[in-house]
Design a protein around this ligand. Sequence first.
Ligand code: GLN
Length: 242
Amino acid sequence: MSDNSLRLVWVYPDLLSTYGDQGNALVVERRAHQRGLQVERYDVRSDQPVPTSGDIYLIGGGEDRPQRLAAERLRRDGGLQRAVGNGAIVFSVCAGYQILGQEFINDLGQREPGLGLLDVVSTRGEGDRCVGDVLGDIDPQLGLPPLTGFENHQGITHLGPSARPLARVTLGRGNGTGDGTEGAYNGTVFGTYMHGPVLARNPLIADLLLKLALDVNALPPTDDRWYEALRAERMNAAQQPA
Ligand code: GLN
């Protein structure tokens, strides 16, 4: 943070923003503005260096080939890893989540190294693609209401010992390992399979990112009736039999 201004970095929108993940940047900006914070937003294309002085980094989902290209460029660039070393907050979705891990299977069927920022390894699921609504309970340590979201992935993500599951699903597949976990986090680095976009459906996760950036335990309240109506609608819809 500098002079009451939050630096928000949206990583590689040209490669990783397939499923409306731009909404996550809009929600973080909006929630910050509602608290009187200014936001400097940097949309960093994959031919540009990733700045190392951001407060919050967002990285979205994508198809298999753009995911490989993004991983190659991020590894070569090194800026995101340095930012995390400086204490930055990273929130990643689906392909972005897999890239932050130790490795994943790329579009060529090969093991592709990730950035090693999360202790997770992603493989390709042999069964049906995981597609559909998700409901879950977020790790109680994070003090957040239930998760609602939408998933669309073939990858299966296994958590290593230093990653904590972000949530436990009550509906849907999440990490796809059959153990009920969804997403992962370690310190200030978060990953989830939820599109949605997930922060529009779960704005208190955006607030968590802001609290971490500001190093505060609470933020001034906002009028969340709209979000709560959306949440109730999605929870009801997701619980209806197909
Ligand atoms: N290509 C990855 C998978 O299918 C990620 C997909 C996505 O970002 N939705 O697992």
